[in-house]
Design a protein around this ligand. Structure first.
Ligand code: MG
Length: 412
């Protein structure tokens, strides 16, 4: 075996010789579950969810707020560590990696990302394909690409398609409140911060009927009236409605010049999305809870959506994300991934399919996406509504925080 020569030149930069890179092997895989034990803001955080149409539901939000996160570390035989993550059901995702996927990767060359993705996908296809198994594969794929970036001394976006834009435009994603005064203040504040787009939630579930729909429209009107006509406004339904409600809702939203309406239906209602799309001029977005290149191929074939919103840490990592961006671009579909965060920002920077990114600002813990800010160092911060990725930060450009972790229970 050729011996590695390497020079540790900074925290995130380990320089390897070419002979080393061609012979590296995965030595170990560690999974760490970060569970938030600190305070959570619950008051006034209300939005429609897939439980909204059901009777007997006292808390529509609880199953859809995520207060734990999974971190994966893949280490090579010469000490390069790639970091990946998963945000949905991270406790179960951890078990899948520990019990099933890790053994498929140990001893393999981490740079063979295409082959390793297929090995993981095909080995689990009988019980996997979508959901937590694909989230587990995604976390590992992200860590493998992080290694690829570190050993080649490139940020991941340079390995995908390079820089396709000077900077990344973002839209502000929060506005969880249904209090109209708070909504107005928050929208005005973030417009003043320079954001050129913002997304609000539907505060009233399907079971509130027509009066709930009227209040949802009122919320949209308050935001549109506050920010004026030069800011994109989007509406998030978080899978909370059915075809009949969605169809009437879209009609009522026509005067507000929305950039898109998001996830009106359950992810599997592909044909109903297609029907909605053929009957409205408002762009429809979705795919935040769709998985794999096959899932998005089906959406394209059905002409179901105008905008795809996969999350790289669910859809199959960078390996799948890159393929989906290429498919979408050929069909005139924009890709605006869910969640901001570095694993999505590298995709946005590297593809002409991606006009902008979502941005969850660092706030107190509220729905779970905020946890990212408390676990990692290196997240890109929006200024004047725009983000920049650093050309000199290799791989993902993230490291794990070593301080301020008192509020977490961390399980290896
Ligand atoms: Mg969403």
């Amino acid at each position: 075996m050729l011996r590695a020569e390497f020079l540790i030149c900074s925290k995130n930069c380990i320089r390897f010789t070419k002979s080393y890179r061609n012979n590296m092997k995965i030595k170990s895989i560690k999974t760490k579950l970060y569970e938030w034990k600190g305070p959570v803001k619950t008051s006034d955080t209300i939005f429609a969810t897939p439980l909204s149409p059901l009777p007997f539901q006292e808390d529509l939000q609880a199953p859809f707020r995520f207060f734990s996160w999974l971190v994966v570390e893949i280490e090579t035989d010469e000490g390069c560590v790639g970091i990946g993550n998963a945000g949905l059901a991270p406790d179960i995702t951890k078990q899948i990696i520990d019990a099933k996927l890790s053994k498929l990767l140990i001893g393999e060359n981490p740079l063979n990302t295409e082959y390793l993705f297929e090995k993981m996908y095909r080995s689990t296809v009988a019980y996997g394909r979508k959901g937590v198994v694909m989230a587990a594969i995604s976390a590992l794929d992200i860590a493998l690409w992080d290694i690829k970036g570190k050993v080649t001394e490139q940020p991941i976006f340079m390995l995908l398609g390079g820089r396709t834009k000077k900077h990344i435009n973002t839209y502000y994603s929060r506005l969880y409140t249904r209090n109209l005064d708070s909504l107005q203040k928050e929208a005005a504040y973030y417009k003043a911060q320079g954001f050129k787009g913002m997304k609000l939630r539907c505060g009233y579930p399907l079971t509130d009927g027509l009066s709930g729909m009227r209040k949802n429209i009122e919320m949209v009107k308050v935001v549109r009236d506050t920010v004026g006509d030069d800011i994109d406004v989007m509406v998030e339904a978080y899978m909370g409605f059915d075809y009949s409600y969605a169809s009437r809702f879209l009609k009522a939203l026509e005067p507000f010049n929305l950039r898109w309406v998001e996830e009106l239906l359950l992810p599997d209602e592909i044909q109903n999305f297609a029907k909605l799309k053929s009957n409205t001029d408002i762009p429809l977005s979705g795919g935040e809870h769709e998985y794999s290149r096959y899932g998005f191929h089906d959406l394209i074939m059905a002409d179901a959506l105008d905008i795809f919103q996969f999350d790289t840490n669910r859809v199959g990592g960078f390996t799948a994300a890159q393929k989906i961006c290429n498919m979408a671009h050929n069909h005139g579909i924009d890709v605006i991934p869910h969640g901001g965060q570095m694993h999505n920002l590298h995709v946005v920077m590297s593809s002409f399919a991606c006009p902008m990114a979502e941005y969850f600002p660092k706030t107190e813990i509220e729905v779970g996406n905020e946890l990212f800010w408390y676990i990692f160092d290196g997240e890109a911060i929006a200024k004047n509504g725009m983000l920049q990725l650093n050309d000199n930060k290799y791989g993902m450009g993230l490291s794990l925080k070593t301080e301020g972790l008192e509020q977490f229970k961390i399980t290896e």
